[in-house]
Ligand binder design. Sequence first.
Ligand code: DC
Length: 221
Amino acid sequence: MPNSHIPVITIDGPTASGKGTVAHKVADKLGFHCLDSGSLYRLTALTAIRRGSDLHDEHAIAKLAEHLPVSFAGGEILLAHENVSQAIRAEEVGNMASQIAALPTVRQALYALQLGFRKAPGLVADGRDMGTVIFPNAQLKVFLTASVEARAQRRYKQLIDKGFSANMEDLLSDLQARDDRDTHRAIAPLVPAEGAHFLDTSNMTADQAIEQVLQWYAHLK
Ligand code: DC
């Protein structure tokens, strides 16, 4: 691998575990790039929903993934020239993302795009398979988790803060269904990478989790 010397920190974990916040803040502190790999599955899902694509047509969905007109600018996510940063966070899009993420050709279509984020001075990548499949030679791998109740509460607050409506019971059962699908799918399931550091954030603030990851990284050197 020509760029394997460029440091990568992978942060994998279940939905709403806080890995996105931790990844962004760690990247900011280190001056690294950040890859929110879930956004790529969400963008593919959003495009499929808008086009009314058939979810069972794996090749059509993979084509959408392969030709995503995506760009990341100043923390915002653009699809063609439209800012879809908020739209991709809707629960409907997340649920659909989890379904299409089980399709092997969709994962294959997004593979090279993800590798391209490994640029100097370094990358923090969050998702489900960052440490197991995409960057198996990462310098630091973290498996970040939290209880399903803690995650449902965080997701509830996030949705309300963003002006979406939310129902706690629906959120809990959606999270459980997505955990189940993401953990048990045949391809690139959510499992801790070999050598991953475990971080249970159920009773931790985001700042404490960020500090822990930075400490692990500092101790690598
Ligand atoms: O992290 P997130 O909730 O934004 O991800 C949305 C969905 O995308 C998630 O349910 C599973 C899928 N995903 C994946 O399969 N692999 C990744 N590396 C990231 C996300």
